[in-house]
Design a protein around this ligand. Sequence first.
Ligand code: SF4
Length: 216
Amino acid sequence: MVTLSKEEAAALQASIGQVSRRVAAALQAAPAREHVLQFVTHLHAGIDKTVAQAMQRGLPPACQPGCDSCCHLRVEASQAEALHIARHLRQGGPQQVQRLRQRLLWRQAQGQAAGPLARLACVFLQDGLCSIYALRPASCRKAHSFSAAACRSQAAEIPQDLSITLAAEALQGGCAAGYRQAGLAAAALELTAAMLWALDEAAEAAWLAGRDSMPD
Ligand code: SF4
């Protein structure tokens, strides 16, 4: 957890406010269901751009393909992100969805048995790589480290670029606030629970109608 100065906290809140107004206006101008879910790709592109620009300015991160320490930590996704992922995964057909649902339920049971501090692999991690890389949530996109050793040793402090973290949080927080202003729920849920919720046939329509049923 990063401790911000008063000025940094105020700047972050101002950025969240600016982003939220732009997001709410964009969603209200184009409320069609395709657009509302597709809108998360703008958030993702914004975070990817922020990360890339920061990397060009500073040291390259230690993160490499196959380095999956952060895929064993708690990851959250917004409801819109989970529905966006679910929509793509459904294209694989009902059997693939059923297999994924079983893996998610198994992973959820594993998490409940092991407790909140356990380091368990994300259900989408396969052979050390993210199987939904292009669709991965904003929390995964902003994750970075300047020390693979610190990640591997589960150090309390992972060296990071604060400018990336703050810019990503402004985009994520602003996007969530914009969705809420447009009448859509925008809770950040643990990824396994979020996907079990989003894969329910009725979830997308209920969420778009402002009647989302939150997972327990
Ligand atoms: S969604 Fe992909 S990047 Fe994110 S934790 Fe899971 S495997 Fe890792």
